[in-house]
Design a protein around this ligand. Structure first.
Ligand SMILES: [Fe+2]
Ligand SMILES: [Fe+2]
Length: 380
């Protein structure tokens, strides 16, 4: 068994997650990436099995490791079998592993079963090299952020300047993910999403202002940039996006409101302005069942909430359509959005979009079967 496994690992070319997703049923494959989640469970016969999620630059793959699988430790140049139940064995979460598996089918969806698990040399294959990044450059996003700040006046300009740059929040904010799955779940995702919401919300504010509605444009921009502040504590990068304990038990809306209000107090922000911004933060999910304790009660909060919802949906549409079999026009039914998504009619007047590179296509991972079927939109 051991020799066969070695031979297989050497001979089989490692595929990317994106490539594995395109394999037909019954295909065998090898894939290399970072373990973003590993959960031990028990089957009906009380035998252990594992749910595993593996991330590489091209997406995330969820699958099963059954009790008859083989676990190999390749660290240090040797290949030794190890028992995953042994606490002294290697910690696989956040580590680079090689997986060999087969594409099966479960309830009409592909299911990935892994029969050989290789804990590889972590120096040779450092986990951070498999982590996905925003397709937008750091420089571009920082320039966009500063351009938005430049549109503000006191007290909001000084407050945001103090929060992000004087207090050093920027260091984390620019690399944080916006989610652990579903949308912008990669390095720089929180900044990319916040900028997109701010630009969308600003355009909406300008439209209503032109129509004569009294909308505070600066409050909209500042609220949009701050709306997901709580994600700094709700998620971590280890090195792939993970939900923290506070994220699980308090959620980013509550955490964000608390953090914002204490920053506002420390910076001496006018309590009325602080409350208006705090209201944008707590109401931004727009529905109580999505985690907002109150619904948007001001045009500024309605605009940020709408822009946030739209940014998630457009991102989700794009990632689903990019991962869709080219022969198909529509996705499967997506309970999260309560609809199937359609490719639509391409706009002939636009130049063809460039094909996404290996790590550049936003969220191939969204097509992971099961994930989108069970998730709730608490990460918007
Ligand atoms: Fe949110
Ligand atoms: Fe958001």
């Amino acid at each position: 068994m051991e020799r066969a496994a070695k031979k297989d690992m050497k001979e089989k070319k490692n595929l990317t997650v994106r490539e594995v997703r395109q394999l037909p049923r019954d295909s065998s494959f090898s894939v290399l990436g970072v373990v973003s989640r590993l959960t031990r469970k028990k089957d009906r016969n009380d035998k252990p099995f594992w749910d595993i999620a593996l991330t590489d630059g091209s997406g995330e793959l969820e699958g099963k490791i059954w009790s008859n699988s083989n676990w190999w430790n390749l660290q240090g140049g040797e290949r030794l079998p190890f028992d995953p139940l042994d606490e002294k064995g290697p910690n696989l979460e956040g580590a680079t592993v090689g997986l060999q598996g087969k594409v099966a089918e479960f309830r009409d969806q592909p299911q990935y079963n892994f029969n050989d698990i290789y804990y590889v040399d972590q120096e040779k294959y450092p986990p951070h090299s498999f982590v996905r990044r925003s397709p937008l450059s750091d420089e571009r996003m920082e320039a966009d952020f500063r351009a938005l700040l430049a549109e503000l006046h006191e007290p909001l300009s000084g407050f945001l300047e103090a929060v992000f740059f004087r207090r050093g929040l920027w260091k984390e904010f620019k690399v944080w993910p916006a989610a652990v799955s579903l949308h912008h779940a990669y390095v720089g995702g929180l900044l990319e999403h916040s900028l997109s919401v701010a630009e969308g919300a600003k355009a909406l504010a300008d439209h209503y202002i032109a129509q004569g509605t009294p909308v505070d444009r600066e409050l909209v921009i500042a609220g949009a940039l701050l709306h997901d502040l709580g994600k700094l504590d709700a998620y971590s990068m280890t090195p792939v996006p993970q939900m923290t304990i506070p994220g699980n038990v308090a959620e980013h809306i509550v955490i964000g409101y608390h953090r914002f209000m204490s920053l506002a107090e420390q910076e001496g922000l006018d309590p009325k302005i602080a409350l208006a911004l705090g209201h944008i933060i707590v109401s931004h999910h727009g529905r109580r069942e999505y985690g907002s304790p109150v619904l948007p009660s001001t045009p500024e909060a309605m605009i940020v909430s709408a822009a946030d919802d739209l940014d998630f949906k457009v991102f989700f549409w794009r990632s689903q359509i990019e991962g869709l079999d080219p022969r198909h026009e529509m996705t499967d039914y997506l309970p999260l959005l309560e609809r199937r998504l359609w490719r639509g009619v391409p706009d002939q007047s636009l130049p063809a979009a460039p094909a996404p590179g290996p790590a550049a296509g936003p969220d191939e991972e969204l097509t992971t079967p099961g994930r989108s079927l069970t998730a709730t939109p608490d990460e918007l």
